[in-house]
Design a protein. Structure first.
Lengths: 379, 211
């Protein structure tokens, strides 16, 4: 199972001091968080993509490429890549380039974006959110799998004889997760392609998350990718920990009350009761996180939001020390003990390449006829 | 004639306890129930008092999801066969609390819903708010609003409780008959559940081609 952190890259004044960091500082903080993730033994760092203040990360592959150069093991991902307003051709090129530079340590999470004006700023229409997600991804999927693409759709200029370069590393496209909080259409899309499905869990009650993931699993099986419990599921999470849970709550409360996504509404206590947010001791976080598999099944990736809401970098790094030192090792052990052997890990580049080599070896050894490469998509 | 079952949900945005808005809602409810039974329809009627959900409604707007209690109220409205929606008139329109609720109900959830709109106010001078505020709101939501909307001014409660021409009682009767008739002639509503019956991806792609 993969554990990691994601950063949306918001500039929010620290409610305790009123001070907001500069863009330069905020970008450095994202890099520091990513390097810390590797240092404390986490598997994944995922960067948000935004095109409006108070966010800084508009150019994720630049950021992730810079991080790739300073890490050895860390898997670099996105939270999320805007499949609606980005040109799928540019996504294909940018992330294939990153994949080469990072030796395959790259995957992506597709999202539609929730800021209305970003669509017109990029020449699109928010009412086409789902159609854009479908059409752009259908093209991206082909660009990474076919060397020469002729394509015509409704929402982008046609292509004739186009080759997206560089080709994916070793001919293996980056693994893709589709993230959606509330649209069953996106769970359906993820299931259709046999891609991963990510639910950012932090904003919604468990009942809803359960329904979305159950739909994705059922449809994954329907489309012939294997049994439902082998579908690839990821979850978000929001935690804040201190040795004593009361200290955690006391220290985190001003950040909750002033966070743009949380503040002004319900109390921290009500929010924790109704969503998977966990503010407390490391043991409480372990127990709550282990509980996630009770409503989504055995899953492959758990990301926690790292730096956000104006938390000082020092605090963020302390949290990551606790996460990497006390929480994730226990979660790895416990989740592994609970997971049946037939439930796969999330695909990563070296494993996909090795599996392919094994298959090809087997095919070459056999006297036979069939060389049906699994395309990942039903015929 | 076989007895059929229909579900009526009443949404009342009165603030006082008791409130004249709830009083009007109850009169409408009783009349609709009687007309449905006369038409051989067995009605189950449930009331949502928005006052009980006021904080949850604000929280929903800010955090993006409903509390379990509010979700149950929204689900009940979406699953109903008919809706009675009653608001006090504040500052020339429905109350903010009333609007909050319909702001968080799913956009297409009320499509085709037989709906009776009603309102209360201090004087009859506010009665057209039903026509310039409530009716357009439900038109936007694609609800099937019945022709007669019922306004109860304070003085109406002091007039004779008989169905004389133009009286509150007569308006309640006419409107209730219209709602009962709209409900009785329709099949029970069945809102498709996108989780139980997902639209296959190929269809989703195709519907895009037509769009």
């Amino acid at each position: 199972m993969q554990f990691g952190v994601f950063s949306v890259g918001d500039i929010t004044p620290d409610p305790n001091t009123g001070r907001a960091v500069s863009e330069a500082e905020r970008i450095r903080i994202m890099v520091t968080v990513a390097l810390k993730a590797e240092e404390v033994g986490l598997d994944v760092f995922a960067a948000g993509e935004h095109h409006n203040p108070p966010f800084v990360p508009s150019s994720p592959t630049t950021l992730l490429g810079f991080i790739a150069a300073q890490t050895q093991q860390l898997l670099l991902s996105t939270a999320t890549t805007l499949i609606t307003t980005n040109d799928p051709v540019k996504i294909a090129e940018d992330y294939a380039m990153l994949q080469h530079l990072a030796d395959g340590r790259v995957d992506l999470m597709m999202g539609r974006g929730n800021t209305g004006p970003v669509y017109p700023w990029f020449g699109q229409d928010i009412r086409n959110g789902i159609p854009l997600a479908y059409e752009h991804y259908a093209l991206l999927h082909r660009l990474w799998r076919e060397d020469v693409v002729d394509w015509e759709g409704k929402l982008r200029t046609p292509l004739t004889g186009f080759t997206s370069v560089p080709r994916p590393l070793d001919g293996v496209p980056p693994f893709v997760w589709h993230g959606s909080i509330r649209s069953p259409e996106i769970a359906e899309q993820a299931a259709y392609y046999g891609d991963g499905f990510f639910h950012n869990n932090i904003f919604w009650p468990a009942d809803h998350v359960k329904r979305m993931v159950a739909l994705y699993r059922r449809r994954w099986e329907h489309y012939g990718h294997g049994p439902a419990d082998q579908a690839i599921v990821g979850l978000g999470g929001h935690v804040f920990m201190r040795k004593n849970s009361q200290d955690a709550v006391r220290e985190f409360r001003p950040y909750f009350d002033h966070a743009p996504v949380y503040g002004g509404g319900m109390s921290l206590e009500d929010y924790m009761a109704q969503t998977p947010m966990t503010i407390g001791s490391p043991q409480q976080v372990i127990d709550r996180t282990l509980g996630f598999r009770e409503f989504v099944g055995d899953y492959q990736r758990q990301l926690f939001i790292a730096d956000h809401g104006g938390l000082p970098l020092k605090t963020v790094l302390e949290q990551m020390d606790i996460l990497g030192g006390e929480v994730v090792p226990v979660l790895r052990r416990e989740f592994a003990a609970l997971k049946p052997v037939h439930v796969p890990e999330a695909p990563v580049h070296p494993r996909v390449v090795a599996a392919r080599a094994e298959r090809e070896g087997a095919t070459a050894d056999a006297t036979s006829h069939v060389a049906s490469a699994p395309s990942g998509v039903p015929a | 004639m076989t007895t059929r079952a229909r579900w009526v949900e009443v949404v009342s945005a009165g603030l006082g306890q008791p409130s004249s808005t709830r009083l009007l809602a109850d009169r409408l409810t009783a009349a609709v129930d009687r007309h449905l039974r006369d038409a051989g329809v067995d009605a189950t009627i449930e009331v949502v008092e928005l006052r009980d959900h006021a904080q949850d409604l604000t929280n929903h707007l800010l955090t993006g999801f409903p509390s379990p209690k509010l979700q149950a109220a929204i689900d009940a409205v979406l699953a109903a066969d008919g809706l009675i929606a009653v608001s006090p008139i504040f500052s020339a329109s429905f109350s903010g609390l009333f609007k909050l609720f319909f702001d968080v109900v799913e956009r297409d959830g009320l499509t085709g819903m037989p709906t009776l709109i009603a309102a209360t106010g201090g004087t009859a001078r506010h009665s057209l708010a039903l026509e310039h505020a409530l009716r357009p709101l439900f038109a936007y939501l694609n609800a099937a609003t019945v022709a007669t909307a019922v306004f109860a001014a304070a003085e109406d409660w002091g007039s004779a409780g008989i169905a004389s021409e133009g009286s509150l009682v007569q308006r309640i009767e006419r409107s209730a008959a219209e709602l009962a008739s709209a409900m009785a002639t329709r099949e029970s509503r069945h809102a498709p559940d996108p989780f139980a019956d997902p639209v296959p991806f190929e269809h989703l792609l195709k519907s895009q081609d037509r769009g």
